[in-house]
Design a protein around this ligand. Structure first.
Ligand code: NOJ
Length: 458
């Protein structure tokens, strides 16, 4: 039995996102977001679920902050719903929306929980999608205005900011899955380039804002990538997948450049215009203070033939591998991957400050004893991933904090309410919150700033 202690000033948190928990989709002047629109489109979301009510956090935020307080949470990462602040993306501020977040922030501070704000966690105002969404440079300008408003209004109380959540997913991911209609990787890559510009301009706006004494970063979904065989073809495929999923987003924010091998592939296959020098300059001049890392699983890669190297999707191995473990999402559980990933980023990007802004597991959660969900698999997952994080810290990686995804079961995008990631169980009929076994476990871990690994606590 081993007790793994974390550094003194390590931050323990939980994360959520506006559309996934708030509900109140059309209350107090809020505008429509692309997720309201998607969930109101028949057939789009599993079981026809919507975020109209979700966890009703908009009305129950005080209760939820009390839950966090009881858990001992030190920092709470949440996102702002852009259409609550600017119903159509820009123009006149919706004061009632601002006042909701004022109340949340003030209550967090009163309870000694540090607010960590994500500016954009996918719920784009629908009116901005109508003019082309992230493909349109005008949306970049509008985002910078929105960001500046938030920095100036909340910046006296909020000292940790995240410009975007998982740009890979809502650009290349959404576009190549046909979320906006036609499937187009090209549009996705163009959108990703604009998002990187929006990010750099927001970093710049923060540093020129009224209260610029905090830190600003971005949250990327990052993966360790492993070849299925030792063939040189699989090695090349691994480099491509690593480039598209990781380096395409890491290099701009940590080095101020794009990975040349991936640019070459995209320029060739998608006939994209080159990146203008002024965009590169903007990236170089606005590097992040910290990297937010969302991490859940590794990617395994295999190429059938040299020709298949140009079909990026075909390189990902989606079938389950015998002997490996998978979560309810079908995602492989591989804690050593987190160690590999942290070590690699530390080495390749000159030791950046890193926060794990999301990590967690969807479980069945169907065994309930004395009212407590027996989510032993989740506890096991968290233990093993945190052991890997601890090993990386010991090796010198500057990992400064960890946020569990997620505080409470919520709307898991296209899966609706069918996947549960929370430490707290939500009954979506009564909206009652109950603690799972993992919530007690996480509370004890925070109290001790560490945990017993390899066996149960004595
Ligand atoms: C990443 C996303 O940021 C979050 O919104 C989502 O619920 C979790 N992953 C789990 O899929």
């Amino acid at each position: 039995m081993k007790f793994l202690k974390f550094p003194e000033n390590f931050t323990w948190g939980v994360a959520t996102a506006s559309y996934q928990i708030e509900g109140a989709w059309n209350e107090d002047g809020k505008g429509e977001s692309i997720w309201d629109r998607a969930s109101h489109t028949p057939g789009k979301i599993k079981n026809g679920d919507t975020g109209d009510i979700a966890c009703d956090h908009y009305h129950r935020y005080e209760e939820d902050i009390q839950l966090m307080k009881e858990l001992g949470i030190q920092a709470y990462r949440f996102s702002i719903s852009w259409p609550r602040i600017f119903p159509t993306g820009k123009g006149k501020v919706n004061q009632k929306g601002v006042s909701f977040y004022d109340k949340v922030i003030n209550s967090l501070l009163e309870n000694e929980i540090e607010p960590v704000i994500t500016l954009f966690h996918w719920d784009l105002p629908a009116a901005l999608q109508d003019i082309g969404g992230w493909e349109n440079k005008e949306v970049v300008n509008t985002y910078v205005e929105y960001a500046s408003y938030l920095f100036n209004h909340f910046g006296d109380r909020v000292k940790m900011w995240i410009t975007f959540n998982e740009p890979m997913v809502f650009t290349i991911g959404f576009y190549s899955e046909g979320f906006f209609g036609e499937t187009s990787v090209r549009s996705g890559v163009l959108a990703a380039r604009n998002v990187n510009i929006a990010h750099a301009r927001a970093v710049n706006a923060y540093r020129n804002s009224l209260h610029a004494d905090g830190k600003i970063g971005i949250t990327l979904d990052l993966f360790p990538v492993y070849p299925m065989t030792t063939s040189s073809l699989d090695k090349t495929a691994t480099q491509i997948i690593d480039g598209v999923f990781n380096r395409l987003f890491l290099d701009p924010v940590l080095k101020g450049e794009y990975p040349s091998d991936i640019l070459r592939i995209f320029t060739g296959i998608l006939s994209l215009p080159p990146i203008p020098e002024q965009d590169l300059k903007l990236l170089r001049e606005n590097l992040i203070d910290f990297l937010g890392m969302n991490h859940y699983r590794p990617l395994r890669v295999h190429a059938d033939s040299p020709k298949s190297l140009t079909d990026i999707n075909s390189l990902l191995v989606n079938d389950r591998i015998e002997g490996h473990t998978y979560s309810e999402m079908g995602w492989e559980v591989y804690p050593d991957g987190l160690y590999d990933l942290l070590s690699r980023i530390d080495k390749d990007y000159d030791h950046p400050l890193i926060y794990i802004t999301e990590n967690g597991m969807a479980c069945k959660d169907d065994v309930i004893i004395d009212g407590i969900v027996q989510d032993n698999d989740r506890i096991d997952y968290l233990k093993h991933y945190l052991e890997a994080a601890h090993r990386a810290i010991n090796k010198g990686v500057k990992l400064k904090g960890y946020f569990v995804w997620t505080l409470m079961d919520n709307f898991e995008w296209l899966h609706g309410f069918s996947k549960r990631f929370g430490l707290i169980r939500v009954d979506f009929t009564t909206l009652e919150r109950t603690w799972k076994k993992s919530a007690y476990w996480y509370r004890d871990l925070i109290k001790k700033n560490g945990f017993y690994h390899d066996s149960d606590e004595p």
